[in-house]
Design a protein. Structure first.
Length: 238
């Protein structure tokens, strides 16, 4: 097993499978705001985040945006490659800077077609990500901003395995598809409850269990599905 990699998909590979792709993995530093995929453009590279977080974002004709999914160290970016679609209708943008591993898309497809652990793990991750995306749609429709914010902060924390999140309220509002004033009020409530600390451009999670209790049911639904399908789930102990 490859145990030194912090990306969970790569770390799960048996030695034989990892050795086949290891010479082709490229270590990269991803910068905030970097667009990895544009909508409807062929995907050339697949990314396995380590410390970075990537948002899957839907862009409307009027320019408004809403985040539909998050990809962190538990997963991979570029799933259409092995699903057969070759591109996506969303954009993929780096929201928290950090490192990742990059692999040629054709090489990943060839390795996927061999079967084995990589194929199985990627398919299970795809199902888990689909649960996240579909639950986000329900959450944005049904739940109040305070619960949505708590859920989203926990999800970001799980992606990068850190309690300090370099995020602005304006950015959070854009990702949640809501007004900044609503995020400000919700963040203030969470801070007054002692769950987070907010300073300009940074949110620190102080009480993860309390934040989970304040989050909507959607966080637990997604977390349990990742645990069921991928074993370790998206979270690590505080």
């Amino acid at each position: 097993m490859c145990v030194t990699l912090s990306n969970q998909i790569l770390a799960a590979l048996p030695s034989e499978e990892y050795r086949r792709i290891a010479p082709h993995l490229e270590y990269v530093d991803l910068a905030v705001g970097e667009v990895l995929y544009e909508a409807y453009e062929p995907i050339q590279k697949v990314y396995f985040p380590s410390k970075s977080m990537i948002s899957l974002v839907s862009v409307m004709l009027d320019g408004s945006t809403t985040e539909i999914g998050l990809v962190g160290s538990e997963g991979a970016l570029g799933l259409p490659i092995f699903l057969g679609g070759k591109f996506t209708s969303n954009i993929a943008i780096v929201q928290i800077a950090g490192d990742a591993w990059k692999l040629n898309a054709d090489l990943l497809k060839r390795e996927f077609d061999r079967g084995g652990v990589l194929q199985q793990t990627l398919l299970l991750y795809t199902q888990a990500l689909f649960t996240q995306v579909s639950q986000n749609a329900v959450c944005n429709r049904r739940h109040v901003i305070e619960k949505r914010l708590a859920r989203w902060l926990l999800s970001v924390r799980d992606c990068i395995k850190q309690n300090e999140l370099l995020l602005t309220q304006e950015f959070i509002a854009t990702m949640l598809g809501t007004r900044r004033s609503g995020v400000t009020v919700a963040a203030r409530k969470l801070q007054q409850a002692g769950l987070i600390r907010y300073s300009r451009g940074k949110i620190t999670i102080l009480d993860r269990q309390g934040l989970e209790a304040s989050a909507c049911e959607c966080y637990g639904v997604v977390q349990r599905e990742f645990e069921r399908l991928l074993g370790s789930g998206k979270t690590t102990p505080s």
